[in-house]
Design a protein around this ligand. Structure first.
Ligand code: SAM
Length: 187
């Protein structure tokens, strides 16, 4: 499987050059509360940039150096103040209760079952007590190799985190085609 870093040698299919419509919809519907947002696995930052443009204080983290360099360049070009950092979402350096919201566009589904549990705990830790986690991920019916560990169609988690429940569904846009996805909320 291609590494995340290698994926950003060119424009990967999820990097559509604009925010995912599902997150635009969440903002327009007033679903994000408070002021602070953590974008986990932010990539080149389109979702984070959209949120910052709409008044949120945003931190974006990603494991890929290329993605973070590109995200920082976009923020500078658009005169947007976003804290883009190289970081591992499974081991975040933020204090507990640092964020009102966390968004995840395409990260959760790339983790193994064990990492999904660690991730859920880490996200729950950095969120405020009533914070919301908004996730856009590929459907288990989506046949693709991305983050899939070779299983087709995509895996459902074999374990369930006590922190997770799915509240709504939406579609993830990719280029050149579109995929069925889910937006979930961690409670
Ligand atoms: C499918 S991409 C989505 C990127 C971005 N959210 C978007 O919508 O364009 C998943 C992103 O998660 C990042 N990633 C993978 N594992 C990670 C981890 N453990 N911690 C932080 N970022 C990670 C990858 O480098 C990649 O940028």
């Amino acid at each position: 499987m291609i590494s995340w870093e290698d994926a950003y040698r060119t424009t990967p299919p999820w990097d559509i050059g604009r925010p995912q419509p599902a997150f635009v919809g969440l903002v327009q519907a007033g679903e994000l509360t408070g002021n602070t947002v953590l974008d986990v696995g932010c990539g080149t930052g389109e979702n984070a940039l959209y949120l910052a443009h709409n008044g949120f204080s945003v931190v974006g983290v990603d494991l890929s150096t290329r993605a973070i360099v590109a995200a920082k360049a976009k923020a500078e070009e658009r005169k947007s103040k976003i804290d883009f950092r190289l970081a591992n979402a499974l081991s975040l350096e933020f204090q507990s209760g640092s964020f009102d919201n966390a968004i995840d566009s395409g990260l959760f589904h790339s983790f193994t079952d064990n990492d999904r549990i660690s991730f859920a705990h880490e996200i729950a830790r950095v969120l405020t007590r009533n914070g919301g986690y908004f996730m856009l991920c590929f459907s288990d019916k989506e046949p693709t190799n991305w983050g899939d560990h070779g299983e087709l169609p995509r895996r459902k988690s074999k374990q369930h985190s006590p922190h997770c429940s799915i509240s709504t569904t939406s579609r993830m846009h990719t280029s050149p085609r579109e995929s069925t996805t889910t937006v979930g909320e961690l409670i």
